[in-house]
Design a protein around this ligand. Sequence first.
Ligand code: IMP
Length: 218
Amino acid sequence: MATSSSCVVISDEEQGYDLDLFCIPKHYSSDLERVYIPHGLIQDRTERLAREIMNEMGGHHIVALCVLKGGYKFFADLLDYIKALNRNSDRSIPMTVDFIRLKSYCNDQSTGEIKVIGGDDLSTLTGKNVLIVEDIIDTGKTMKTLLELLKQYNPKMVKVASLLVKRTPRSVGYRPDFVGFEVPDKFVVGYALDYNEYFRDLNHICVISDTGKEKYKA
Ligand code: IMP
């Protein structure tokens, strides 16, 4: 695992960890190949991202916009770390939260069509500093579409924090402002990332097995 100044880079050769070294729900024991990013490492990286976000955006009221459902764990933990910084610093800012629900995947493939299927009225973002919090950027199409959509509501500033970015030839070239980990082009689950709604109830980020793909196929 290498580090760069902008994120932790997980190489294509990274083997991850044997499932038996960690606590995995029994109902998923044959559905996963390896533990890829253990929960503790996600937490430690998120703590650091919180500091970077506050350094860049901490001058003004932030609206943190969670992209559901995959972003909810990262969102909750990131906000906890930002709140801890606010509690323990002489300089602190109010933060409000908002939610949006998007859907673009069936099985492990992007449908290429992004649907907004829930969330508040986005006009509340007009004139605000918005921090979009997402689980993973794969092709980048979802985020590009969301950014286009938000533009219509004239926010003052928009920054994007994504826990993961996939290295993929299918990328449209979009790169978020804050990235936790850059990962190889594999389908990953856990820590709220799903495969057809399964595996959100798993703490670690893991690589799904062929058995898992078959079992939970849509
Ligand atoms: P994009 O539009 O191709 O960037 O896809 C982004 C969305 O696809 C994410 O918000 C996820 O919901 C989903 N996604 C992409 N790759 C994965 C993965 O490896 N595991 C789980 N969900 C994924």
